[in-house]
Design a protein around this ligand. Sequence first.
Ligand SMILES: [Zn+2]
Length: 416
Amino acid sequence: MHSASIPTTDHPDLAAPTHARQRVIGHVAAAQPGPCLLCIGAMHGNEPAGVAALMSVISTLTGGAGVELQRGDIHAYVGNTRALQAGRRQVDADMNRIWLRSARKRLDSAVDAERGDSLNPPGSGEGMNSEGRDQIELYRALQAAIDQARGPVYVVDLHTTSSPSCPFIVLGDTLRNRKFARVLPVPLVLGLEEQIDGTLQEFMTASGHVAIGYEGGQHDAHESVAHHEAAVWLLMASLGMVGPTAPARQKHTESLTVLRQASSRMPPVMQIDSRLALKPGDAFELARRFRNFESVQKRQPLATMNGKSLTASHAGRIILPLLQAQGSDGYFLGRDIRPAWLTLSTLMRTIGADEILHLLPGVRKHPDREETLIVDPSIARWWSAELFHLLGYRVRRRQGSVMIVSRRNHGGTLGR
Ligand SMILES: [Zn+2]
């Protein structure tokens, strides 16, 4: 049931911390300038694996184990400090749904007002709910790090799932985000950002930074900490921040092995097609305890909601099935994408071919709306749903015989 109890943990590193609420896990600065990597754990308070992993990474980098930061800065933060302390996904609201475009002005003015003051001044965020206060505090910390960055800024937001899962990546589909994520040998899930609004990674991408979300595995699984650690090491290595000492190379090899083993037999790219949204009070129950990414057949029963049976609209995969009491996504339905489409779409975007799609027969620009095309599939025979998806377009609706497709402008980057 949607009201099932939260699984408890027996993992010593994952026990809800009893110490004081803490934002900063650590900051390591290399002597040489370089990339600024911002890592966030526990944006959801019942996902402590990312925090445990970041503590381990920082202590390895500072512990004299021969793995030192060579270039740039790594900053590690707790996302939702109050929910982490409470051991709950959230206190008042989902903290990874409140980074909306409409929040930017408020957040920026809060930073401007406090710039130069401490990262967590007393009395800030009065009249706000718990996540609103954590959001301002986190944003202030991130902006302070960005102000002092000595190179390009990269963001990785570490999460875990309620269902058993291999590690995977979610990202706003820009070429720079794809390139950053490519170093991790785990599945890439596209299209989540089209289904949910207000994630930190989308917000940071729109701010002009490179940002990805990374899911390390199930909330309480021992391996999730190792999956998070491995990802952070590989990202640092790909940015040229660590190495080339023997212990650093060893870390790199171990990290690759851990993630390759965890993701073996998984498709490299998947696309989310639809989301089952839950409202508070909905009685939701999965048909069984699905694993994340389990294959499903067309019309296979997936869940019941308020007494009604829900079946798969197409053959594909069930993604992020909800096995906990808290959350507003029952499940997502998606499908595998052939990696060749990813390569082709990267090439098309690189040469700007995605800008001239409207010159093709059967495709024209929408007269009123930016980044929107009207497609007549009976004429546009070259049409492929996958290709449009991978160029960043989504089918908005069908109007008679034509389709309206549009794409998000990621903060003016148009997916580049
Ligand atoms: Zn999460």
